[in-house]
Structure formats: structure tokens, C-alpha cells
Ligand binder design. Structure first.
Ligand code: CA
Length: 228
């Protein structure tokens, strides 16, 4: 079942999102606040995705996102933001969100972005290929985890997909467009900055020193390259 949690305090927007997600075939769970959302996530372990409004009474969307990750809920997260909150977008991604959608959005855009994230996080299907090993890293395709020197690294599903792309293409200079279309999908409507933000975050997790990356190198004016 494709389960999605919608966290939005405004009834009209929540209603709009709920109707469209149901139409797209999702099993929808609703929450009006971050506190309620955290409770539901614990009660219903089948939830795969969450749409979080940024401006919520009490705990805001950033804090909720941070707490979801801190509680180790392994789900895809999309933030709903207002168009003027350009700076907040990047901050939102840094707290562990996988994508963001700016308000107002059309049903088509909403469904496309949610479907894309659902596919990216594996869509509930189990991959059968074996582990991928490069340098100190092992990618486990069955449970989508990464270890470095046998120690588990906490990554989001998007970061996992980026690692898989890099480790499957060692030594190859990859353009940001190539990474975007491979990880986020060909029809992704967002901007290239999302690649840089995710790679910055990934470096902090996998590199010994994120300021002097050893594994994910920068190819100036082009993109990134994996070396191990
Ligand atoms: Ca709101």
C-alpha cells in the first residue's frame, strides 16, 4: 500500500492535497500538527512518505522533519513552502527533507513530485541484486543501507540513491543534470541546486573531512565524480 502522511494545519489546503493524493491511489493519513504527526508515525509503521507544511502551529515543519529523522523513521519527506521562502528551502533540505514544493501548486505538479519520490525510495519493491562494494563502503540493496568500515551511516533514501549512482560509476565525471535526472527522475521540475545541497549533506556523512572530500570530488563547472 502506498501510504502517505499529510501534515497541514489549514483545512482547505489539507483537503485539496488529500483529495488529490487519494485520486492518485495513495492511502492518506492526515495530521494537523507536528505532535499529532509524530504520534501517527509511531502508530502506523507502514507510512512511506510525508508531506510537511512548513508553517505549523507549535512545532514547525523544520522541527518536525528533524524529529522524524531523529526518531529514525525511514520515510521520504517533501516540504510544502511558500514561494517567498527561498532561503528556507535550502534549510529545509538540510534538516533531512528529500524535496520541496512551493505553494501554490497544481494537482499535476503535486502528484508528479510525490510519485517521483515514491519511485525513488523504492516504491515498496524489493531489489534482488547483491551488495555493492567500493573502498570502505558497502551498499546493501535489500534494505537500502550503507556502511563505511562496517559502521552504519544514516542516510536518507535520496542520499542512498546518489551513493548508488556514484558507486556504480566510479571515476566517471557526472554532470549535475545527469545526477538530477537519474536520482530525481527525468520529469523532475525543481532546480539543480537540490543536487548540490544533497551532496553537501552526503559529504558530511561519508567523508572523513567534508571540507577535503576524498570520495565525492567536485568537477568544476560540471558536476561530481566518485573515487575510492
Ligand atoms: Ca500552515
Amino acid at each position: 500500500m502506498k501510504s502517505i502522511l499529510i501534515v497541514e494545519d489549514e483545512p482547505s489546503i489539507r483537503g485539496f492535497v488529500v483529495i488529490n493524493m487519494k485520486r492518485a491511489g495513495y492511502d492518506v493519513i492526515e495530521a494537523e500538527s507536528g505532535e499529532e504527526a509524530l504520534e501517527l508515525l509511531t502508530k502506523k509503521p507502514g507510512i512511506r512518505l510525508a508531506l510537511l507544511d512548513l508553517m505549523l502551529p507549535g512545532m514547525d515543519g523544520f522541527e518536525l522533519c528533524r524529529q522524524i529523522r531523529a526518531a529514525k523513521h525511514d520515510i521520504g519527506i517533501i516540504m510544502l513552502t511558500a514561494r517567498t521562502q527561498e532561503v528556507d528551502k535550502v534549510t529545509g533540505l538540510m534538516t533531512g527533507a528529500d524535496d520541496y514544493i512551493t505553494k501554490p501548486f497544481s494537482p499535476t505538479e503535486l502528484i508528479a513530485r510525490v510519485d517521483a519520490l515514491f519511485r525513488r525510495i523504492g516504491g515498496g519493491e524489493r531489489e534482488t541484486s547483491s551488495d555493492m562494494r567500493r573502498g570502505p563502503f558497502v551498499l546493501n540493496n535489500r534494505n537500502r543501507t550503507i556502511t563505511k568500515n562496517e559502521k552504519l551511516i544514516r542516510v536518507t533514501q535520496v542520499e542512498y540513491s546518489i551513493m548508488k549512482l556514484f558507486m556504480g560509476n566510479p571515476g566517471k565525471a557526472m554532470s549535475r543534470e545527469e545526477i538530477l535526472s537519474s536520482v530525481w527522475g527525468r520529469n523532475y521540475a525543481g532546480d539543480l541546486k537540490i543536487v548540490d545541497v544533497n551532496i553537501r549533506r552526503l559529504r558530511m556523512k561519508i567523508e572523513d573531512d567534508a571540507t577535503k572530500p576524498k570520495y565525492i570530488g567536485t568537477v568544476w563547472g560540471y558536476g561530481y565524480k566518485w573515487d575510492d
